[in-house]
Ligand binder design. Structure first.
Ligand code: ATP
Ligand code: MG
Length: 806
């Protein structure tokens, strides 16, 4: 081929070489994970440029995430001295944004139009529905949001949607109003970015022809996850849109050629409208004669690859591809079981540290999880161990809006003059305090040179009464929480602030309620196990402004074996003698954790992300955490075959991210939605080849180290043990914690026995009568396995479930 002695073409296998040097025709590369699809796509761009077949401006390359786009530009820049920034390489949204910025007038947008993310979009819809008195029981905002996004993905404006029934008619009406509101405010949502650029291309012949002439080569990675509109957009740019088809062969220019690259087994966005069928449509509509398969995997050894292949073979409806590797078996896939999510995180941190000691770069280590909510425990553990990390996609826990609201109330309890917090929640949840009143207050505070809080008393009229009410509420909360534990304080504040009620009333507030419950968990563990003492040693002293907190309980000479109740309620600053309340300490922790602790750009950091966000990426070592039924596969998909197959593809993506080392980990219990849940390991383990796996027992700490006798060993499933048995199990728990934690954490006093025995009959409000089968744990961790004839066997946390003996 042209330039066949170019070093670019060295190190390609024959199929890859053929793909890189394809003539300028439409083509499809369909191949499994790690077979070099992205590498081929990038190399092809370089080769086209180097051989002078196209100028940088003639390339349009689309990838799925910003991280992947960056990666592509980096790889390209390493191959050729070319200004990659000027090239059209990016995500669909990124490229459409660029296009609309260039043609904002024609697109009827203000030059500085702002982009609404999904959350902003939802708030905008809610605001509008309130304004127009739309019944949000009948038309939940989130459903309306899906409706609007779906319409846009199908290229439909309000006047084009078929009004099948009264319900749809109403939704169309809201869609129309929403569009008007966005237009008025000069904002566009993600769907609008795509749709508006599509329409501009469709309706404006000169613009369309300009870009058709310009983009000689259109290359799309991860094609299996394109949706209808994205595919239509590509057709438009490559002369296959409706207008071009009408004019038949009369196109005044030869349209550019399209190279689509994908893997049907990695289609993981069906839930967001991706159409794997676009691949077959592409072959048909573009008369694709060249289809290239790549069958050699260059990423991983055969243990990892065999695992991936065996897993995905359980799916039906596959296009069918083979993958082999010449790398030999490589390391086995390590499987790790932990008693609790907390232990899983601790184990993970230890393992990460070991990898780093063994000269692995941190950015070559990825921690993957199925849902964003799982990241908190891991983030905290990494944070406490001072391991730099970076979270991709999704907000970090302490940056989520509802958490920030809750923290603002808590801050105001500590410091009434915190104006930022004051403004954040003075009218949240909404209590009829208008912008006008707030302005008045701000003026008064400015004039008097005092805080907003202090200026309230000088404010008269309705504003004074309303805001005065808010301040009074804070004062009451402050009084009520005096002397309470951190957990009690937070629970009271969540309740009395109206936050819980607010999100409960919001039909879409379930996630946020979950996060608020998670905040209580975070505080709880901050005080009891992970946080309080440990932060004290893990944080550099100067971050805390002087010596505050620099003394851990252990170094203050407190016997680590004392029960929690005997610990002093606050920590004493050795310099000033001042005490810091647990609340203040926790707020510091939250602020630091949300602030700049996250690794600086360019700093070598462990990579945290959902499996979805990891698509297309690769790392030396990959941890897939939370491999439990209900988490992965996700509980929403377990009863539906199609959804389960998507979960399996997601697992396939997760496994195939690893180059050298893969860990699959799961935990027997997990704090979720504010309570301990008992999980069994994921069904996906049954689908992996046993020979490729290595089951690693979690490090069993020696708990004989002065932790009180009678420990019967680890997290034993000591069914039928009496109440002393629970106490020992609890002791073992703490011993384990103590070994991980530094300084050791005192064991908690075993709570009094709940009096249950195996074989007893009990009554539960929801499940009715049942029989106790197994009892485990003690105190807050006590749990029972109960057989309810009408509801099956359930694990119940006894500190939460209300059971009566019958
Ligand atoms: P995914 O489906 O996960 O997106 P992919 O098919 O895009 O994977 P790449 O990311 O392009 O695969 O390649 C996987 C790894 O294999 C990369 O590290 C790449 O550099 C390497 N690789 C690809 N082809 C070769 C080759 N011919 N020789 C050596 N290494 C190769
Ligand atoms: Mg790829």
């Amino acid at each position: 081929p042209l330039g066949s002695n170019s070093p670019l073409l060295h190190n390609l296998n024959p199929e890859q070489l053929a793909a890189v040097t394809l003539p300028a025709e439409h083509a499809l590369i369909l191949a499994g994970a790690g077979s070099g699809k992205t590498r081929v796509l990038t190399t092809r761009i370089a080769w086209l440029l180097q051989t002078g077949q196209v100028t940088p401006g003639g390339i349009l390359a689309v990838t799925f995430t910003n991280k992947a786009a960056k990666e592509m530009m980096t790889r390209l820049a390493a191959m050729l001295p070319v200004n990659v920034r000027g090239m059209w390489i990016g995500t669909f949204h990124g490229l459409c944004n660029r296009f609309l910025r260039a043609h904002y007038k024609l697109a009827n947008l203000p030059q500085s139009f702002q982009i609404l993310d999904t959350q902003d979009q939802l708030s905008a819809i809610k605001r509008l529905m309130k304004q127009f008195n739309v019944d949000d029981e009948r038309f939940p905002a989130k459903q309306t949001q899906y409706f609007i996004a779906g319409c846009k993905e199908d290229g439909l404006r309000p006047n084009m949607v078929e009004a099948r029934d009264a319900e749809t008619l109403k939704k169309i009406e809201i869609y129309q109003l929403y569009e008007e509101q966005c237009q008025r405010e000069g904002v566009v949502d993600f769907g609008e970015l795509m749709l508006r650029s599509y329409e501009l291309l469709r309706d404006n012949d000169p613009i369309r022809e300009h870009y058709q002439r310009r983009f000689r080569h259109i290359l799309i990675d991860e094609f299996q996850d394109t949706n209808t509109l994205q595919y239509a957009w590509i057709k438009m740019l490559s002369g296959h849109g409706p207008a071009d088809i009408e004019s038949g062969a009369a196109l005044r220019h030869a349209p550019g050629s399209v190279l689509a690259v994908g893997d049907d087994d990695q289609s993981i966005y069906a839930f967001r409208g991706a159409r794997v069928g676009n691949m077959a449509d592409f072959v048909r509509e573009f008369n694709v004669t060249r289809q290239i398969k790549l069958e050699q995997n260059y990423r991983s050894g055969s243990n990892i690859l065999d695992s991936a292949n065996a897993l995905i073979s359980h799916n039906s409806k596959r296009l069918g591809k083979n993958l082999r590797t010449e790398q030999g078996p490589g390391e086995p896939v390590r499987v790790v079981e932990s008693p609790r999510d907390y232990d899983e995180a601790q184990w993970l941190v230890d393992e990460v540290k070991q990898l780093v000691r063994d000269d692995h770069e941190r950015k070559e280590i990825a921690v993957l999880y199925r849902s964003n909510a799982q990241s908190r425990v891991i983030e905290t553990a990494l944070f406490n161990a001072a391991v730099p990390y970076r979270v991709y996609g999704g907000l970090r826990f302490f940056e989520r809006a509802e958490i920030k609201h809750a923290l603002a109330y808590l801050r105001l309890l500590e410091n009434a003059n915190d104006d930022t917090s004051f403004l954040r929640v003075v009218n949240f949840p909404p209590r009829g305090i208008g912008a006008r009143s707030i302005e008045q207050l701000q003026d008064a505070a400015k004039a008097a040179g005092c805080s907003l809080h202090d200026a309230v008393s000088s404010l008269g009229g309705k504003a004074g009464t309303n805001i005065g009410g808010f301040v009074a509420k804070l004062d009451v909360m402050r009084e009520q929480t005096a002397g309470q534990t951190l957990r009690e304080i937070i629970e009271l504040v969540l309740d009395h602030s109206g936050l819980v009620e607010h999100y409960k009333a919001d039909r879409e507030g379930a996630d946020r309620l979950e996060n608020l419950a998670e905040l209580v968990n975070a505080a709880e563990s901050f005080v009891s196990q992970e946080g309080f003492g440990r932060d004290a040693v893990a944080l550099p002293v100067d971050e805390l402004g002087g010596g505050a907190l620099s003394q851990s309980p252990a170094s203050q000479g407190i016997d680590p074996n004392l029960a929690t109740d005997d610990l002093p309620p606050s920590y004493i600053d050795q310099d000033s003698g001042e005490t810091l309340s647990p609340l203040a300490a926790f707020l510091t922790h939250a602020a630091l954790e949300s602030g700049d602790n996250q690794a600086q750009a360019g700093q070598d950091a462990v990579q945290l992300m959902t499996v979805h966000a990891a698509k297309g990426l690769e790392f030396d070592a990959v941890f897939v955490t939370g491999m439990e039924e209900g988490l992965f596969p996700h509980e929403n998909s377990m009863s539906d075959r199609t959804a389960l197959e998507e979960e399996r593809r997601l697992m396939y993506v997760a496994i195939t991210r690893a180059r050298k080392r893969l860990y699959l980990s799961f935990s027997q219990t997990r704090m979720l939605h504010g309570q301990t849940r008992y999980h069994i390991k994921s069904r996906f383990f049954e689908e992996l080849p046993e020979g490729a796996l290595k089951w690693i027992t979690p490090k069993q700490p020696g708990f004989a180290s002065g932790m009180g006798g009678g420990c019967s060993g680890g997290f034993a499933r000591n069914s039928g043990a009496g109440s002393e048995g629970y106490a020992s199990a609890r002791g073992a728990f703490n011993a384990q914690t103590a070994t991980f934690a530094s300084p050791p954490v005192p064991p908690q006093k075993a709570a009094p026995s709940h009096g249950l025995k195996v074989g007893m009959k009990v009554f539960h409000n929801k499940f009715g009568e049942g029989k106790v089968q197994t009892l485990e744990g003690a105190g807050d961790d006590a749990r029972a396995q109960i057989n309810f004839p009408r509801h099956g066997v359930k694990w119940l946390a006894l500190s939460v479930a209300k059971l009566t003996v019958v």
